[in-house]
Design a protein around this ligand. Structure first.
Ligand SMILES: Nc1ncnc2c1ncn2[C@@H]1O[C@H](COP(=O)(O)OP(=O)(O)OP(=O)(O)O)[C@@H](O)[C@H]1O
Ligand SMILES: [Mg+2]
Length: 251
């Protein structure tokens, strides 16, 4: 592999008696779409939270773009180009689609959040916000309140918010969650486009999407990596089928 863009070494995180992240060592190459799969409670969201800086690991290191980011706060990591989107929606439904993205631009720019009222008028926030909306195909919806969007469009909007700071790498936690087949297909097409320009870590239960998009897949079970490799190897791995894929494929 060329020098990894993101790397973890022996990452560990416990919640009381639960080992949510158990000695996780991962390397993600620039330009790769790397999927993390595994059963509910396997530690996927906990891993993303440690990569983005929301959670502090108990042990281990994280490197991104040549920096040791293990101890950096969220905003420093985002300035280095590491952006996350959330499994749980975090939109301002009364604000316009454009203003939601403008707030994300402002947050990345490091201004204090309570100046948000001014954000609406600031061209230097709105221009990058429009560009991010265009990347996810939502520019025609820019002036609607976020509450007017469909569930699938909300996920596109969240993606635009993650793109607002022009990141090098996106951490995506279940972008297909709750989407119908058509909306999922649109999200897959969008991620396929973004993957040409960005490195992506994708946590997802939708195996059709994962196998359509991933260059490599890592399987977590009880916080531990049980397999990591190209999709064909993961599909053929008996331990993975027992722990997760068999179950996922049969509903
Ligand atoms: N803040 C917390 N406090 C205590 N336990 C937690 C906390 N966050 C997660 N856990 C536990 O850590 C384990 C891993 O949870 P996590 O949410 O990372 O799993 P996941 O793989 O994202 O699951 P899902 O597929 O359902 O989203 C679970 O046992 C969960 O109950
Ligand atoms: Mg999760």
């Amino acid at each position: 592999m060329s020098d990894p863009l993101l790397q973890t070494e022996n990452l560990a995180k416990r919640f009381g008696g639960i080992v949510a992240t158990d000695d996780v060592t991962l390397a993600i190459a620039p330009g790769e779409l790397h999927a993390i799969i595994g059963p509910n409670g396997a530690g996927k969201t906990t891993l993303i939270a440690q990569l983005s800086g929301q959670l502090t690991p108990d042990a281990g290191r994280i490197r991104f773009a040549g920096h040791d980011i293990s101890a950096l706060p969220v905003h420093r990591r985002s300035h280095l180009g590491l952006a996350r989107s959330f499994q749980i929606t975090s939109l301002f439904l009364d604000l316009s689609v454009l203003d939601n993205v403008a707030l994300a631009v402002q947050a990345r720019a490091g201004h204090s959040f309570h100046f948000w009222r001014n954000a609406r008028r600031e061209r230097d926030l709105r221009e990058p916000a429009r560009a991010a909306l265009a990347r996810v195909g939502l520019e025609a919806r820019a002036n609607l309140p976020a509450s007017a969007l469909s569930h699938g469009e909300h996920r596109q909007l969240e993606l635009a918010m993650a793109l607002a700071g022009n990141p090098r790498m996106l951490l995506l936690d279940e972008p297909m969650a709750g989407l119908g087949p058509e909306e999922s297909a649109r999200m897959v097409a969008m991620l396929r486009e973004l993957k040409k320009e960005l490195t992506i870590l994708l946590v997802e239960h939708d195996m059709e999407a994962v196998f359509a998009l991933a260059d490599r897949i890592t399987v977590l079970v009880y916080g531990r990596v049980i397999a990591s490799g190209v999709p064909a190897d993961i599909r053929a791995n008996a331990q993975v089928r027992d722990a997760y894929l068999g179950e996922a494929e049969h509903g």
